[in-house]
Design a protein around this ligand. Structure first.
Ligand SMILES: NC(=O)C1=CN([C@@H]2O[C@H](COP(=O)(O)OP(=O)(O)OC[C@H]3O[C@@H](n4cnc5c(N)ncnc54)[C@H](OP(=O)(O)O)[C@@H]3O)[C@@H](O)[C@H]2O)C=CC1
Ligand SMILES: CC(=O)N[C@@H](CCC(=O)OP(=O)(O)O)C(=O)O
Length: 342
């Protein structure tokens, strides 16, 4: 586990402690090398005495499976030095985008290429799902947290041909752990507590091309998205409110049916009963995505609300789910299906 001292790495370790088939091997990081894991993640009691090692190909080699939870731009060099037979599951953005142009527009490191994208439930056209590309894969790019919520929220409508591709508006709120552990002056307690604020406004957030890539794949045509993230005074969770214009003549009774049918067989994506609404508190610590879909008849728009835990289904849970698929295990092994509430 590389990046073990971070938020995503800590969450992967928490999940692996409950996994019946995967054992935690070497834990590595950077500035915390030599420290006890217990001093950084006191909640990971059974791993408290593990000592953090340096992140090098040597310390990571010898494992069948390696999770990378490093800052953007660090995965390519490391993964390139690990044998092809090792399953590498990367929580960073380095290998998520298929378009080099999109990458260079939104990121400031060189384009490294793309790996199979780790969102098993994503409809990818003609009745197929992204999980078909993950079984047996040895390199997997775990999605970003906002793209998880937004893509799973809107993909059923695009896959069913119900939505216009050029009028999609998303506003999403995230808890502060989404920004990682390193010190950021705008994320001090005094700045965050009791206050919500937008960022990346005006189409500048780097998750925009990732969301567009996913929805375009589901739609079979280019989808464009106006995406505005906001920061919410909570440690975990994303609540995404996604609206799109319905195609003319769309029968509104088909709308709910499309979403229910899309996820009826999925273990981790749930369309709530009519009248119930997703809440971040209901998915805290669980690998679930909660969805609700409504139609604004007056404006001819669909409104889909999604809740995920950014650290569980939004990163670490997806990473473990993908590792299960890559290793030929039951996709749901070791993954929490109940949240922590209140
Ligand atoms: N937080 C979230 O909700 C999500 C995160 N992700 C992605 O997961 C990855 C990790 O994010 P997160 O856990 O939040 O980040 P953190 O800042 O919390 O953790 C970063 C980790 O990377 C290590 N690290 C930093 N620099 C280096 C380096 N040069 N070489 C080796 N290791 C290094 C840190 O070690 P040390 O502490 O020892 O310096 C730490 O373990 C990122 O790519 C992020 O984008 C994806 C989806 C959601
Ligand atoms: C609240 C917050 O700051 N969230 C992060 C997204 C976290 C995530 O999913 O990140 P990666 O694409 O970096 O893996 C952000 O907006 O940059």
């Amino acid at each position: 586990m590389a990046g073990a001292s971070g938020y995503a790495g800590g969450e992967i370790l928490r999940l692996l402690l409950a996994h019946p088939q995967i054992e935690v091997g070497t834990v590595t990081a950077s500035s915390t090398v030599g420290e006890r894991l217990g001093s950084i993640h006191p909640h990971l009691v059974p791993l408290a005495d593990r000592v953090i090692a340096e992140t090098t190909p040597e310390t990571l080699s010898g494992h069948e499976l390696v999770f990378l939870a490093l800052p953007h731009g660090h995965s390519a060099a490391l993964a390139g030095q690990l044998p092809e037979s090792v399953v590498v599951v990367d929580c960073g953005a380095d290998f998520r985008l298929e378009s080099a142009q999109a990458w260079t527009t939104f990121y400031d490191t060189p384009y490294a290429g793309s790996w199979p994208y780790g969102m098993p439930e994503l409809p990818t056209g003609a009745g197929s799902r992204q999980r078909d590309r993950l079984a047996g894969a040895t390199r997997i790019a775990v999605p970003g947290c906002y793209p998880t919520a937004v893509s799973l929220a809107l993909a059923p409508g695009f896959a069913a041909g119900l939505l216009e591709p050029d009028d999609v508006v998303v506003v999403a709120a995230s808890g502060t752990s989404g920004a990682g552990k390193s010190l950021k002056p705008h994320l001090l307690g005094a700045e965050v507590m009791g206050s919500m604020s937008p960022y990346g406004v005006g189409g500048g957030h780097r998750h925009t091309p990732e969301i567009e890539q996913n929805l375009s794949r589901a739609a079979g045509e280019t989808v464009q998205v106006s995406f505005t993230p906001t920061l919410a005074p909570m440690p975990r969770g994303i609540l995404a409110t996604c609206t799109a214009r319905l195609r003319p003549g769309t029968d509104v009774t088909r709308v709910r049916a499309a979403w229910v049918a899309a996820y009826g067989d999925e273990a981790f994506v749930h369309v709530l009963p009519e009248g119930s609404w997703p809440a971040t508190g209901a998915v805290t610590g669980s690998n679930h995505v909660q969805l609700q879909v409504a139609v604004d008849d007056r404006l001819g728009r669909v409104v889909v609300v999604a809740a995920v835990d950014n650290l569980t289904k939004g990163t670490a849970g997806a990473a473990v789910q993908c590792a299960n698929l890559a290793l030929g295990l039951d996709e749901t092994l070791g993954l929490p299906v109940a949240g922590v509430a209140p």
